[in-house]
Design a protein around this ligand. Structure first.
Ligand code: GLY
Length: 406
């Protein structure tokens, strides 16, 4: 039976990695690999007229070998990840050429700080790019872009509901008067940063309010999350929890849960309120308990076609990165459990089962973007690479006895 199942999955092209992660993870080797793949990408992006710095690598489908790039527009939520990858690559290599390329791709996103918020993805777009850029260069122009963008993002906050509206464009067509998606937790980091770096202190308050309301309404009793919470704008009450990118309204979409784990870890970092530390552990534990052996989740934990469903390496990378941080806030026993789990995830991701290697210039294979829309299934996707290199750098810092967060 197992043979038939594996054969079917191979025919479908999905990863059939059911074994435990093996071997020891060599972090420098994995980071060297990332640096080489990033250089491959830069070489591929170069045409006779040079590089178009407004075109950002987005995905490589399972049957393709080169990046599909998308123009950096307000609608392209992934446009900040490639500049972010280059900043992390520069942090590791200290290569001045990579620094120059990171700056040029980052500059293509400046317009986002000068227009009204299109949707909540501004944190992904601007904090992965300008946030890392400012962290590494202290360029005051970068700081201004982040502060202006945080102000724009705050316009999506609804004080009656207490959260930010994620998708203004979905209010009317779906009759979702105020919709907040779990992914929105990631955008809080930029608000916290802005509040303590010269921005309006109100940004801190709305980030905390968003985290509190999400904690109250966006999870089931077992701490698994809905993708979308729909709220009433008059009462502020939850109308319903539904899905957009998961298998069904009632299921645990892997990347949604990953955003929750990452998000509440950041909220604890920024507030030091133990209720968020406790909550981050609860949303982590339900995720860890249900992982397959190699610690890379199926794209949705409740897809009935498991074990023939595709994995989502992007969720594994997001969770690995956040668990390395979370582990540092906990006493030895629990902290070590999370750190060990993160290392197992990174060991799997760094194996031939998940690294793209020669097949394409991304870092990782086997992510799922939007299954219900039949989009980016079992693909290389830029945000998987971003969180993978972030996690590797965090692990390197931990191994060197340094703080995970600089
Ligand atoms: N923010 C959309 C996603 O995680 O796919």
């Amino acid at each position: 039976m197992k043979k038939i199942v594996v054969g079917l999955a191979v025919m479908l092209g999905f990863c059939t990695c059911t074994h435990k992660p093996s071997g020891t993870l060599d972090v420098n080797k994995a980071l060297d690999y990332c640096a080489a793949q990033a250089q491959r990408t830069l070489t591929e992006l170069k045409t006779d007229s040079g590089i178009d710095y407004t075109m950002m690598p987005r995905n490589i489908m399972a049957d393709e070998h080169h990046w599909n790039c998308r123009k950096a527009t307000k609608e392209e939520w992934c446009a900040g990840f490639w500049p972010g990858v280059l900043w992390y690559d520069y942090e590791y290599t200290q290569d001045k050429h990579i620094l120059e390329e990171a700056k040029k791709f980052t500059n293509s996103l400046e317009f986002l700080s000068q227009i009204p918020a299109y949707d909540h993805d501004l944190g992904f777009l601007v904090f992965c790019s300008y946030g890392n850029g400012y962290r590494l260069t202290k360029n005051p122009a970068y700081k201004k872009v982040i502060l202006d963008t945080a102000d724009s993002l705050s316009a999506l906050f609804n004080p009656v509901v207490g959260t930010m509206l994620s998708w203004p464009r979905e209010v009317e067509p779906r009759n979702w008067p105020h919709n907040t998606i779990m992914d929105n937790m990631i955008n809080l980091e930029m608000l916290f940063w802005a509040a303590k770096n010269g921005g309006n202190p109100y940004l801190y308050d709305i980030a905390v309010s968003h985290a509190d309301k999400t904690m109250k309404c966006h999870f089931r009793p077992d701490y698994t999350s809905y993708h979308v919470a729909v709220y009433d704008t008059i009462s502020g009450n939850l109308i319903k929890g539904v899905t957009h990118q998961g298998y069904a309204d009632s299921t645990m979409w892997a990347r949604g849960q990953a955003w929750a784990i990452y998000g509440y870890t950041v909220v604890y970092r920024e507030t030091k309120d133990p209720k968020y530390l406790d909550f981050a552990q609860k949303v982590t534990d339900v995720y860890l308990e249900r992982l397959p052996e190699d610690k890379v989740p199926y794209w949705d934990f409740d897809d009935p076609s498991i074990p023939n469903a595709p994995r989502d390496a992007s969720a594994a990378a997001v969770v690995a990165s956040s668990l390395l941080e979370l582990s540092t806030y906990l006493p030895n026993g629990t902290g070590k459990r999370y750190r060990d789990a993160a290392v197992e995830m990174l060991t799997s991701l760094s194996s031939d089962n998940y690294q793209s290697g020669k097949s394409n210039p991304s870092f990782l294979l086997h992510s799922v973007g939007h299954w219900p829309a039949h989009s980016e299934i079992d693909a290389s996707i830029i945000y998987a690479d971003y969180y993978y290199i972030e996690a590797l750098l965090r692990l390197k810092r931990l191994q060197e006895g340094k703080n995970v967060i600089k």
